[in-house]
Design a binder for this molecule. Structure first.
Ligand SMILES: [Mg+2]
Ligand SMILES: [Zn+2]
Length: 161
């Protein structure tokens, strides 16, 4: 199973919340890279903090629209997400806001066949990678300038000799 962060990993990071589908700027190569994961038989699970739902900066309808756009953009390459896990909570009010591990644990509970040592988390921040490492997953860091999502995925799928 491959866990992926959203902002800064699949789409360009921008100040504030992405509140409209038109503001979601999927990074080049991302749909094709997700397709590679799909074709390799990996379950792809999005894990994203959306505190704006708690503060009122983002409505549930807006989040649904944004995620529909993401799903549509991925579909242009024949790619899909297997699950979308959202933390809608305020800081300090839950066990699932990254860097806490709740979103990962929820996904793992629904996939009892998944071996945590074979799971990977791809994200652009320490807060993405720390909870995954704590659960025993491998991690890979995306950097818009030096390691794109597509490069990271290709490296993950490269057969080890
Ligand atoms: Mg991010
Ligand atoms: Zn939460």
């Amino acid at each position: 199973m491959v866990f992926v962060d959203r902002d800064g990993t699949l789409n360009r990071h921008r100040p504030g919340y992405v509140t409209r589908g038109d503001d979601l700027d999927v990074l080049p190569g991302v749909p094709a890279a997700v397709r590679l994961l799909n074709d390799a038989g990996c379950r792809v699970v999005l894990v994203t903090n959306q505190r704006g739902l708690a503060t009122g900066a983002l409505t549930e309808a807006q989040l649904v629209e944004v995620h529909q756009r993401l799903v549509d953009d991925l579909a242009t390459a024949g790619a899909h997400l297997d699950a979308i896990q959202v933390c809608p909570h305020q800081v300090g009010e839950c066990g699932c806001r990254k860097p806490l591990p709740g979103l990962f644990e929820q996904a793992l509970r629904r996939a009892p066949w998944a071996r945590v040592g074979r799971c990977v988390m791809v994200g652009d921040q320490d807060t993405d990678l720390v909870p995954a490492q704590g659960l025993g997953m491998r991690t890979a860091r995306v950097d818009e300038a030096s390691a794109t999502f597509e490069e990271v995925v290709r490296a993950l799928l490269m057969p080890t000799i």
